[in-house]
Design a protein around this ligand. Sequence first.
Ligand code: FPP
Length: 250
Amino acid sequence: MAFFRTKKQAGEAELDLSRLPKHIGIIMDGNGRWAKKRGLPRTAGHAAGAETFRTIAYHCRDLGIPYLTVYAFSTENWKRPAEEVSAIMDLLRKYLLEALEKMQKDGFRIRFLGDVTVLPEELRELCLETVSVGNQVDAKYQINVCLNYGGRDEIIRAAKAWARDVAEGRVQAEDLDEAAFSRYLDSRGVPDPDLIIRPSGELRLSNFLPWQSAYAEFYFTDVLWPDFDGKVLNEAIIDYQKRSRRFGGI
Ligand code: FPP
């Protein structure tokens, strides 16, 4: 843990380990531009981005942040060239297989947000297996991978499931409140994100956790995702720790 307690340099703030966010969400953006800058194919950017994902997942775990949610593939990303989509699916397969092997030992579990039922069969099966193994792990850390995820799609699927329950008499429409609706979302059981980070200089949410981010703090940086590292994450957390969160109060 000494790494995180490095001596303050002049003008540099220190991470307060007693006030860490419990849940960080990250839009892993900038892989394509990172590759282009180096004259590489976009897929090389995704491969580098996947390595960064691993680094940051372990960094969050080592800090003691219980929930990390990453935007890996959106409902809109199917519009990309087939070769790029397939390269991202291959990377997901590779990293999920690695996670399956290591989850138990490394103390984390993986869950998915998004509609994984329409993924290529092998990947879909792997997702199911990953969730099932994760459910048997006594894990203190959870990584949520947003896969074929769109926030609006998540809300629509939740609304349909709720409407079915009303139609079939399992719940009463009058009883619906925010907590009850949250239980129909893919993120059920996961606390709302405290901090959402978007690298690569884009200042948008792009359909990432719109319901869950109602009171999240946002951090934007120009660093491209493959160049993102523990130091940048610490800077984001230090910035977050300077903010006063009032949740609508005073
Ligand atoms: C956005 O950058 C990134 C994606 C759409 C894919 C993210 C996927 C990975 C990092 C690899 C697999 C994930 C895991 C969890 C192992 P972009 O391509 O839109 O970048 P650009 O805006 O610079 O073009």
